[in-house]
Design a protein around this ligand. Structure first.
Ligand SMILES: C[S@@+](CC[C@H](N)C(=O)[O-])C[C@H]1O[C@@H](n2cnc3c(N)ncnc32)[C@H](O)[C@@H]1O
Length: 245
């Protein structure tokens, strides 16, 4: 079961999340939707960082998200998207009305079995479920060190991919792609990004300041980041494609 406090940590951010979090490569959307479909639902859509890649791949794009603050940003950016307050466990969409459901960086927050049953309900028979996560590159020492500071309980284990099983209830895994890309970010931007991460959002003020200071120390000390105002951050996007049984 996901940690409710962490899952709800996004309720009160919107603009900062949209400004500082990385997006996704367009190829991630192509892996899930190699050709256009009538209707796609982006679940846990947040501010629409993945939703925007769906616009030219479906006639109808629906975004479902529990946080009003996140949806406000999505609505301002993507007015053509149908945006609905809702959760993965209770999706406010009719039975068999979606060809594809996508979940970017959010499936680990869902109650897996209930969400899979709901996703199965709204998908057409044989419909597609695409799950994706951005990850740090294990070879990037300074980013790994920052992850260890922000997620001390997780250490080297990757909590998010644990949620992507070869068979989810009612679904079969059809494919997995690992997409590698690079992001150029300023040091300032990278540091602010950490303030939008759930474990940092829910920390008390003293712990949050200590974490952010420790991440600054990593950038000050590491040979690839010391003295640099611009950083080259390698990113990995893992994409899992399932078919409804
Ligand atoms: C890390 S953000 C990802 C947002 C967006 N998909 C993206 O990739 O930028 C996780 C999102 O999942 C949402 N969320 C948390 N629990 C959820 C649930 N049970 N059902 C649907 N969305 C949920 C949060 O409100 C948040 O917007």
């Amino acid at each position: 079961m996901p940690d409710t406090a962490l899952a709800r940590s996004f309720e009160n951010i919107g603009d900062d999340y949209d400004r500082y979090r990385p997006g996704f490569p367009a190829s991630a959307a192509s892996v899930i939707l190699p050709r256009a479909v009538p209707a796609v639902l982006d679940l846990g859509a947040g501010t629409g960082k993945f939703t925007e890649l769906l616009l030219d791949r479906a006639r109808r794009v629906v975004a479902v998200e529990p946080s009003e603050r996140m949806l406000q940003v999505l609505r301002a950016k993507l007015p053509v998207v149908e945006s609905l307050i809702g959760t993965a466990e209770l999706i406010p969409v009719a039975d068999a009305s979606m060809d594809v459901v996508t979940v970017a960086q959010a499936f680990h927050w869902f109650d897996r079995d209930t969400a899979c049953a709901e996703i199965g309900r709204v998908l057409v028979p044989g419909g597609t479920l695409g799950l994706l996560w951005n990850h740090s590159d294990p070879l990037c020492g300074w980013d790994r060190a920052a992850h260890r500071i922000a997620h001390p309980a997780v250490h080297e284990q990757d909590s998010t991919t644990d949620s992507a099983d070869s068979a989810l209830p009612g679904f079969d895994l059809w494919g997995h792609d690992e997409l590698r890309w690079r992001e150029r970010v300023s040091r300032e931007h990278y540091l602010r990004r950490w303030s939008t991460v759930s474990s940092v959002l829910v920390a008390d003020d003293a712990t949050r300041s200590r974490m952010l200071r420790a991440i600054e120390d990593v950038l000050d000390d590491h040979p690839e980041t010391r003295g640099r105002t611009e950083l080259e951050l390698p990113q990995i996007t893992d994409v899992y494609v399932y078919r409804r049984r």
